[in-house]
Write a protein of this length. Structure first.
Ligand SMILES: [Zn+2]
Length: 113
């Protein structure tokens, strides 16, 4: 499962930070997930519970923030909101929009004890 691999990298990042910063327990993992990242937050939470077992992230809460998609319309020459990858421009209706954000998945912040 796609979410499983993502969760493993999230737990890796958290464990690395724990080693570097010397904390032993993470309470909250804040994540940013783009609207078009094809990540199911519920599946991510489910995987996280399993993958984090026995690590510093065990029992931590996932705080997931969805980021809206954004693109650059070549016809309008401006930044427009984008609902889907290769979606149409909301201003002119054409499909010459290059996605500039919306597929990110990153650990934004950790709340630790
Ligand atoms: Zn346009």
């Amino acid at each position: 499962m796609h979410e499983m691999a993502l969760t493993e990298s999230i737990v890796d990042i958290v464990s690395d930070e724990a080693r570097k910063q010397g904390f032993a327990k993470v309470r909250i993992v804040r994540l940013q997930i783009g609207a078009m990242a094809h990540v199911e937050p519920e599946a991510l939470r489910f995987c996280f519970d399993a993958v984090s077992r026995g690590t510093v992230a065990e029992g931590a809460t996932l705080d997931i923030r969805r980021l809206p998609g954004e693109g650059w319309c070549l016809d309008c020459g401006k930044t427009v909101p984008l609902e889907e990858r290769f979606g149409a421009c909301p201003e002119c209706g054409r499909r010459h929009v290059q996605m500039t954000s919306g597929d990110e998945l990153r650990v934004e912040e950790l709340e630790v004890d």
